[in-house]
Design a binder for this molecule. Structure first.
Ligand code: C2E
Ligand code: MG
Ligand code: MG
Length: 716
């Protein structure tokens, strides 16, 4: 905080102001008192003087009266008495004159008093002469004719009158003096008042210029700042007092407010971006599933939405996965972006196009009219399918995909967003089953399927976790010796309500539920426990998706370690479909398995698209010819040729072959004759539970004359 200069300046002005006020008060009171006293004194003096002069005049008249009385006195006593009165009058005149002179406050009698004294002296001297003459008996004394004495008396009276006049003049003079003092006091009071006024005005101007003015500016700048005007500022105040400090503080505050606002804007922006990210798909910028679901909910909740016939199109791209796998994810991303652009072009202004995930898109359509809503939806679905079939350029390549579309109407196909979306999903799967590049609208019957499917999912999950889904074992035989070489682990589900459910039905459900790993580890774990003491190998089927998981070998090894089962006794079976994904990843996983001592077989060979290159590159230990070829070999020469070709190919690559689906002796003999090493099929055994498999192993041991110790071990 700087020095308090304004405050001290104001304090100083206020002190001066108070001081002047006190001076003015004292001056006014004293002046009034002085004038009062003066007037009082003047009034007293003037009255006293007038009275004294009146008394002198009376005494002079008395003197003359006594003089006349003496002159007319009939006897001596009367004369003496008159003479006595003359004497008394004389004394009285003198006393009064002394008093008057004293009143005049002059040491020496002034001119008029002197003139009176001279006149009175002359009159008295003449009177004394007349008295002396009278005593001497001179009858014709001056008193008798009286003319001289009378003249002197008149002179004396004139002198008294002069004194009276002079007294008047002196009183007037004193009155003028009092007036002057009063004027001086008034002028002084006026001057002091003026000074106070000027000081007060100066103080006001000072306060206005130095304090209230800048404060007002700062207040309005602060008000503008508060109302969001960031340009608001105070003029640069180069002062070193409180206002200067305040102005600089305002500058700092304003800068801080601007910085704060910037920070706030950044936070709001980040929040907006985060919200945007949470509501939109990062790749295509389209609304995501969450946003779509919310929009669908409001369309269903809004009476206008259902009245105007809103509907949902669920679009799943066909043949997108191979694009991703063949050309890489960057190409896949380009395809998805182009699809989103095409959908946006086709959609109406009120429609919402969203990406629900992967290659799945959805459009919430609000056509604005309810008439022929299903026809409108079908027409739109056809447009989408046509548009999706137009090749998409990715670099130099023209990629061809397609779309399967499911239609669900908001008004009839679901009570809420989830139900409508699920209905569209069910319809879309129907379209996929219907041969792709087509659409289906949801029908109530599909709903039954949907419910059945949901129940199946629920039961499959429960069956897997409860152990109702268990491993069965189908033997793999050495076709030349007829020995059991190993067992393929095949999952079986004997559901209380459904009975025996085919793996072709429940395994895809398990895969879709993301439980393939759970299935593999549970089956393997049980199989290890069941067959640990048997001198056989085990084959475990792996779902295609699992082959993309780099941690799969580690998890399998963990099960083997836990169950104390040697990895060399395990074989992993992968289907050709598993090689459709990321081949590099698959190669990595397979070599990991081999590194652990686990061998790898290519299952169902001939049904998929695996190239010869795959066979060479991925180094399979065994190749399993699909049962469809073996089972049709007898009737179909083509199948036989294919089997021959596969056997030749495997031999040249040094890969052992297993023939699946050997159902009869003819097939066995044929295959054995053509050098096929291993076989599997109903001819030898169907997949059986562990206890039956044990019987097979025991009988195999006895039949083939294996060591007694081994049979004994198995029999325990
Ligand atoms: P797969 O791996 O090719 O298994 C062989 C299938 O052929 C088995 O069908 C088996 O019962 C059947 N089979 C064997 N010999 C014959 C025969 O002589 N004639 C006929 N008609 N069929 C024969 P299953 O058990 O129904 O299994 C079907 C498929 O389900 C399996 O084909 C396999 O891909 C899959 N699967 C079975 N268990 C599991 C499992 O635990 N995990 C995984 N991921 N897939 C499994
Ligand atoms: Mg298999
Ligand atoms: Mg097979």
């Amino acid at each position: 905080m700087g020095d308090l200069k304004i405050q001290s300046a104001i304090n100083w002005c206020m002190s001066a102001f108070v001081f002047l006020l006190i001076i003015m008060g004292v001056a006014t009171v004293s002046g009034v008192r002085i004038v009062d006293q003066k007037i009082e004194a003047l009034e007293g003096k003037w009255l006293n003087g007038t009275q004294l002069l009146g008394a002198i005049s009376s005494a002079v008249s008395e003197f003359r009266m006594a003089e006349v009385s003496r002159a007319l006195a009939p006897d001596r006593d009367s004369r003496v008495e008159a003479q006595q009165r003359i004497m008394e009058s004389t004394i009285r005149v003198r006393d009064l004159l002394d008093e008057y002179s004293y009143m005049l406050n002059s040491e020496k009698p002034n001119e008029e008093v002197h003139a009176f004294l001279v006149a009175f002296h002359e009159y008295r001297r003449a009177n004394r002469q007349w008295v002396v003459a009278d005593f001497a008996g001179e009858d014709d004394g001056p008193a008798q004719d009286g003319s001289e004495l009378h003249a002197l008396y008149i002179d004396t009276k004139i002198a008294v009158d002069r004194l009276v006049r002079e007294n008047h003049e002196l009183a007037g003079k004193d009155a003028r003096g009092a007036d002057e003092i009063s004027d001086i006091i008034l002028i002084s009071v006026g001057i002091i008042s003026l000074a106070i006024g000027l000081l007060a005005t100066g103080l006001l101007v000072f306060v206005q210029r130095r304090v209230t003015g800048p404060l007002g500016e700062m207040t309005s700048a602060l008000a503008r700042l508060a109302s969001g005007d960031r340009s608001a500022g105070v003029p640069a105040i180069d002062r070193h007092d409180e206002i200067g400090v305040l102005a600089r503080a305002f500058g700092v505050f304003s800068a801080n407010a601007a910085a704060l606002e910037l920070a706030h804007q950044a936070v709001v922006e980040a929040q907006r971006a985060a919200e945007e990210l949470a509501r939109h798909d990062a790749l295509t910028g389209l609304p995501n599933r969450r946003t779509f679901s919310a929009a669908l909910t409001s369309a269903i909740g809004d009476p206008d939405g259902t009245d105007t016939g809103s509907y949902v199109l669920l679009i799943d791209l066909d043949r997108f996965k191979p694009v991703n796998d063949t050309y890489g994810h960057a190409a896949g991303d380009q395809v998805l972006c182009e699809v989103s652009r095409r959908l946006l072009r086709l959609a109406g202004p009120d429609d919402m196009v969203a990406r629900l995930g992967g290659d799945e898109f959805a459009i919430l359509c609000r056509p604005g009219s309810r008439s022929d809503i299903l026809e409108t939806a079908k027409g739109f679905a056809e447009q989408i399918i046509a548009s999706s079939r137009t090749p998409i350029s990715v670099g130099d390549i023209a990629v061809e995909i397609g779309a399967s579309v499911g239609i669900a109407l908001c008004s009839t196909d679901g009570a809420d967003a989830d139900e409508v979306l699920r209905a569209a999903d069910v319809a879309m799967y129907r379209a996929k089953q219907g041969g792709r590049n087509t659409y289906r609208n949801f029908e109530p019957l599909m709903d039954e399927e949907r419910k059945t499917r949901a129940k199946l999912e629920e039961d499959v999950r429960a069956g897997l976790l409860s152990g109702a889904i268990e491993p069965y074992y189908q033997p793999l035989l050495d076709l030349r010796s007829g020995h059991i070489k190993g067992f393929e682990i095949l999952a079986r589900w004997n559901d209380e309500a459904r009975g025996s459910v085919s793996p072709d039905l429940f395994i895809p459900v398990i895969e879709q539920l993301g439980l393939a790993d759970e299935l593999a580890t549970r089956m393997l774990s049980r199989a290890c426990q069941d067959t640990r003491d048997w001198d056989v190998e085990l084959s475990l089927n792996i779902s295609p998706l699992q082959l993309q998981d780099p941690f799969l070998p580690t998890r399998i090894l963990a099960v083997l370690t836990r169950e104390n089962f040697p990895p060399s006794r395990l074989e992993i079976e992968v289907t050709e479909t598993a090689l459709m994904g990321d081949v590099d990843r698959a190669r990595h996983v397979l070599s990991e398995f081999r590194g652990l001592g686990i061998s790898v077989a290519l299952d169902d060979f001939g049904t998929g698209y695996s190239s010869l290159n795959h066979l060479r590159e991925l180094k399979f230990d065994r190749l399993k010819i699909d049962r469809s070829f073996i089972m049709t070999m007898a009737d179909n020469p083509e199948s036989e040729k294919i089997v021959d070709a596969v056997l030749g190919l495997a031999e040249s690559l040094g890969i052992a072959v297993v023939a699946e689906g050997i159902e009869n002796e003819v097939a066995r003999a044929k295959l054995a004759g053509r050098g096929c090493e291993f076989g599997q099929g109903y001819l030898f055994s169907r997949p059986v539970p562990a206890d039956q498999a044990r019987v097979l192993v025991e009988s195999d041991a006895r039949k083939t004359g294996r060591s007694q110790a081994r049979v004994a071990k198995l029999s325990r």
